[in-house]
Design a protein around this ligand. Structure first.
Ligand SMILES: *Cc1c(COP(=O)(O)O)cnc(C)c1O
Length: 385
């Protein structure tokens, strides 16, 4: 348990992560694996804890965006297969192979460069990535796909374990573009088939596609946002096959409570003026914690009631207007529930005109994470230790 000495923390309900993965496990066909996507410190929740929980709940593999993230999990003792979804440097292919990390091959040039190095002591396990319309990473031309396959077939240092693609619109109700991408993926699979390479893992589903088309997404689903209990988009909320449970909440405490006189001002720019005798509270969270200045019109929950933020949010603190004098040290909830009130992540995302994905990612490493299982604190992580 890492100690921390500030009155602000994130709570991660590991039970909820467990239940979300379990629900997906029960929902998908038995032969379909779950690949738990724990990139970006598990969308801000904590990669190691989420990875362990997801694996206990029935996930088979992990995915991250960068090689560093995969190495960090290996260092902590995670030994299941980890796929790096993003690009790694070709000169780091050796390092990936040594740590048994699966890499994405998305370009012939990258593969040629990676293979120039002849000091592979272990095979490099790869998944081919086909760009069927996301326009990001992946092999776009079928001629290039053919060339890569021919190259790989004569290459003893490569173990081709998977092929995949990524949808741009799986979270939209209209499936026209999705269907087009899906069709292109089928064509790519036919090409691979013609070469008679046996590729054990085929995948195209993120959370949205896995939830909506469980029998169309081949034998692996890359589960990200739904594992954290969040809907891939507001528009498909009504299409979700099971309840998702949010795992992330953000809390702090009132560290200063005082009375303002009419005319008194609050925070930088002195933009807030008290109109009468008012009680305000100071909360030790600021934009350096990811509680950005644009959240200035939000409310937070204190003693079970919503109170408005007043004045500008500072780097490390902000102020709220209280209904009256309140106890120093009172718990303040910025995201999540307290008493009968709740501030869901979607509410904050809506206000910031962004997607729910961005909100937990935004809460910075300066805020310690407390992991809760069966109402008990099972771990505390403080990146400042
Ligand atoms: C992040 C990511 C995912 C996870 O997507 P969710 O919508 O969070 O389920 C899946 N596949 C790729 C390639 C990704 O980059």
């Amino acid at each position: 348990m890492a100690p921390f000495y500030r009155d602000t923390w994130v709570e991660v309900q590991l039970d909820h992560i467990y239940e979300n993965v379990k629900s997906m496990r029960e929902y998908l066909p038995v032969e379909t694996h779950i690949m738990a996507v724990v990139k970006a410190n598990a969308y801000g929740h904590g990669a190691f804890q989420v990875a362990k929980t997801a694996l206990q709940a029935g996930a088979s593999f992990l995915a991250v965006a960068f090689l560093d993230e995969a190495l960090s999990l290996r260092k902590k003792g995670i030994n299941v297969r980890i796929l790096v979804l993003g690009a790694i440097r070709h000169e780091d292919a050796i390092l990936a192979a040594e740590h048994d990390i699966t890499v994405t091959v998305y370009q012939k040039e990258w593969l040629l460069r990676a293979l120039k190095n002849h000091s592979f002591r272990k095979k490099l396990r790869i998944h081919l990535k086909v760009d069927t319309g996301m326009g990001r990473l992946g092999i776009k031309e079928f001629t290039e796909l053919n060339e890569i396959i021919e190259l790989i077939q004569h290459e003893e240092n490569i173990d081709i374990d998977g092929v995949y693609t990524h949808f741009a619109t799986a979270d939209e109700v209209n499936t026209d573009y999705f269907d087009r991408q899906y069709g292109t993926f089928l064509e790519a699979l036919a090409i691979l088939n013609a070469h008679q390479v046996d590729i054990p893992h085929i995948h195209c589903g993120n959370s949205a596609a896995g939830l909506r088309f469980p029998t169309k997404v081949f034998n692996v689903v890359r589960m990200g946002i739904a594992m954290y209990g969040l809907s891939p988009s507001e528009e498909i909320n009504g299409l979700l096959p099971f309840t998702l449970k949010e795992a992330f909440s953000l809390h702090s405490r009132l560290i200063h409570v005082k009375k303002l006189q009419p005319g008194d001002k609050v925070s930088y720019g002195a933009t807030y003026t008290a109109e009468e005798e008012e009680w305000i509270g100071t909360i030790p969270v600021g934009y350096a914690d990811g509680w950005i200045r644009r959240l200035k019109n939000r409310e937070v929950i204190v003693e079970g009631q919503r109170v408005p933020i007043i004045g500008r949010i500072c780097m490390d603190q902000f102020m709220v207007k209280l209904p009256g004098p309140m106890e120093l040290g009172s718990k303040v909830t910025l995201i999540g529930s307290q008493g009968n009130e709740v501030i869901p992540i979607d509410e904050i995302a809506r206000e910031l005109e962004t997607i729910n994905y961005e909100i937990p990612c935004m809460i910075s490493f300066r805020v310690p994470r407390i992991y809760i299982q069966s109402d008990q604190i099972v771990e505390v992580e403080n990146h400042l230790n």
